[in-house]
Design a binder for this molecule. Structure first.
Ligand SMILES: Cc1cc2nc3c(=O)[nH]c(=O)nc-3n(C[C@H](O)[C@H](O)[C@H](O)COP(=O)(O)OP(=O)(O)OC[C@H]3O[C@@H](n4cnc5c(N)ncnc54)[C@H](O)[C@@H]3O)c2cc1C
Ligand SMILES: NC(=O)c1ccc[n+]([C@@H]2O[C@H](COP(=O)([O-])OP(=O)(O)OC[C@H]3O[C@@H](n4cnc5c(N)ncnc54)[C@H](OP(=O)(O)O)[C@@H]3O)[C@@H](O)[C@H]2O)c1
Length: 504
């Protein structure tokens, strides 16, 4: 939707109430290449209509930010975590599920979401045909917090007229494709509150009103299409930027044929890693490029199944966050270690079994596995990378980890290498460099409180200014932090923490 004064009405169906979006200008200083200042910030307004049942979703509470007005909240990143906040704001400050206006509906939330992608998209490089969700659809954007929310997966199915057909699948695990469509559908409802193609580069505290304590945060972003930089001002910031590709140091040098799974494209041969991404890409190659030879190179001795068993799975319950948070450091480390196999370097059993069967099928015709078209090479660490020959093949030096002295090396050449080497979650550190002055932590680390707010030095910052962090708190809030499992509940907690009890 173009910025500016735009209003839009969408009738959902005869029984459903109506959305009323209205965009107005608000505070956002955009420095364009000509050096001029532009101001725009389309936003969203609550409907003046009295909603009926299910209407808690249909009266978006995100008020337009007036020109020269502050944002109450800027959320950096509009992935599932950011979207979860939009949904929670909508549910909690819209109306209650009986259609009665909630007590806090008069609060106007001036909220912007800044997202570097050009539209809502959930790990687009990995939307592989046949890939399934790893969690039940009950852990969608809303159900665990409010099953009567408009934004449940089931209501999405209803809206798309696939509820009955989906039921016939007898599954709790939709395809990733369908879940992505669901989140995209939800995201579309907040279109006018999101600035896409905006990559945030820094957050800094500023003295805006009083000139004494810091009383606002300035968020600087770069437009990915135009290169223009913009600054927005807000009392509160949520950082929900997810992970970025973890490239082992040995692969740092740019080479367009060494890809990370997040940018999985076309020509492939070797896949490095033994987690879910590695297994999915390895398996996908066989369907997509039936004539290609593939190798799965991993340090572990075997592909291992993810632990989805019900007792262990309680580690992803919203209530587990409290227990984890209040444990001491040793207990937390132990808990992460013990439950690591729920998430990291593991593969869902059906896929693992499918790959095993593919390997087995090759053995029927060719007993010598070193001659197989598709091979798994376990117990190997990549210790060298080079380009060789006129065709610029990529040569990997592989150290055998099962050779006793660990000195046994072998070389193998590939047309392309896919790094399924996982993700890092520390972008907030660089982003908040200019905020170190207000960090309450003496050692410079950012430590989230239970409500996900970062500790700020209140002698320097006004009480109504805050920064919240999502998705990078595994060591303090537990393994579910980087996942979808608790997004509905956590988003509610966060909204309560920022706006609850008449705070804003
Ligand atoms: C292929 C794949 C499949 C997965 N499947 C599951 C699953 O089935 N179940 C599960 O629980 N978890 C799954 N996960 C884990 C995943 O972390 C979560 O699903 C989910 O993506 C977390 O949401 P998020 O919003 O925290 O992070 P992200 O989805 O990474 O979203 C962060 C957003 O922030 C944006 N962003 C980043 N930096 C900036 C910046 N500087 N400025 C502005 N915007 C920025 C990004 O473009 C992105 O849109 C999967 C992960 C992968 C890689
Ligand atoms: N369909 C889905 O729902 C789906 C699909 C893909 C991913 N995901 C999710 O995405 C998240 C990340 O999964 P992921 O598979 O991308 O990452 P991951 O589980 O973190 O696995 C990373 C893999 O890379 C290997 N590795 C890391 N550094 C290496 C190095 N220097 N040299 C060689 N190998 C190295 C690790 O090996 P070691 O074990 O030896 O350290 C591990 O096997 C998980 O939450 C997962 O569930 C979900």
């Amino acid at each position: 939707m173009a910025p500016g004064l735009i209003s839009e009405q969408i009738r959902i169906d005869n029984s459903a109430p109506m959305f009323l979006y209205e965009s107005r200008d608000s505070e956002m200083v955009q420095t364009n290449s000509a050096g001029g200042d532009e101001v725009h910030n389309p936003s969203l307004e609550r409907s003046s209509q009295k909603p009926g049942h299910q209407a808690n979703a249909l009266t978006p509470p995100l008020s337009p930010t007036e020109r020269n007005e502050m944002n109450d909240l800027v959320c950096i990143g509009f992935g599932p975590a950011g979207l979860g906040i939009a949904v929670a704001l909508n549910d909690m400050y819209g109306s209650d599920t009986t259609g009665n206006a909630g007590s806090e509906t008069t609060i106007r939330q001036r909220v912007r979401f800044l997202e570097k992608q050009s539209n809502f998209s959930w790990h687009p490089g990995m939307l592989l045909p046949g890939a399934k969700m790893q969690i039940s659809f009950i852990k969608d954007l809303a159900t665990l917090r409010d099953p009567r929310s408009y934004f449940t997966f089931l209501n999405y199915l209803k809206e798309e007229q696939r509820l009955v057909q989906f039921t016939n699948l007898s599954t709790f695990l939709p395809s990733r494709l369908e879940f992505e469509r669901y989140m995209r559908w939800a995201a579309n409802h907040f279109e006018s509150s999101v600035d896409y193609s905006e990559e945030v580069t820094s957050v800094r505290p500023i003295r805006y009103v009083t000139g004494q304590k810091y009383d606002r945060l300035e968020i600087e972003s770069r437009n990915c299409r135009t290169g223009h930089t913009s600054k927005r001002i807000s009392k509160n910031v949520v950082i929900a930027v997810g992970g970025y590709q973890s490239r082992p140091a040995i692969f740092q040098k740019h080479n367009h044929r060494i890809l990370h799974t997040s940018e999985y494209l076309t020509k492939i041969v070797a896949v490095v890693g033994s987690g879910q991404s590695a297994a999915e890409v390895f398996n996908d190659l066989h369907t997509r490029y039936p004539n290609a030879s593939t190798r799965l190179i991993m340090r572990d001795t075997a592909l291992r199944p993810s632990d989805d068993s019900p007792f262990v799975n309680e580690v992803f319950d919203p209530s587990a966050v409290d227990t984890f948070y209040h444990a001491d450091r040793h207990q937390r480390d132990e808990a992460i270690k013990k439950n690591r196999a729920t998430n990291y370097s593991v593969v869902r059993l059906p896929l693992l079994e499918h790959i095993y069967e593919s390997m087995y099928t090759q053995s029927i015709e060719e007993p010598d596995r070193s001659k197989w078209q598709h091979q798994i090479l376990p117990s190997r660490d990549v210790v060298g990378v080079s380009e060789e020959g006129a065709d610029q093949k990529i040569s990997l030096a592989l150290r055998r980890l099962d050779s006793g002295d660990g000195k046994n090396e072998e070389n193998a050449s590939f047309d392309a290498v896919i790094l399924a080497t996982g993700y890092k979650r520390d972008q907030h550190i660089a982003m908040l460099e200019a905020c170190q002055e207000i960090n309450s932590s003496k050692d410079g680390s950012w430590t989230p409180n239970r409500d996900y707010s970062l500790g700020l030095d209140r002698s320097m910052v006004e009480a109504d200014v805050g920064i919240w962090l999502q998705g990078a708190n595994e060591s303090s809030h537990g393994l579910a932090d980087s996942l979808l499992s608790i997004i509905a509940t956590r988003s509610g907690e966060l909204v309560q923490s920022i706006f609850g009890n008449g705070k804003r």
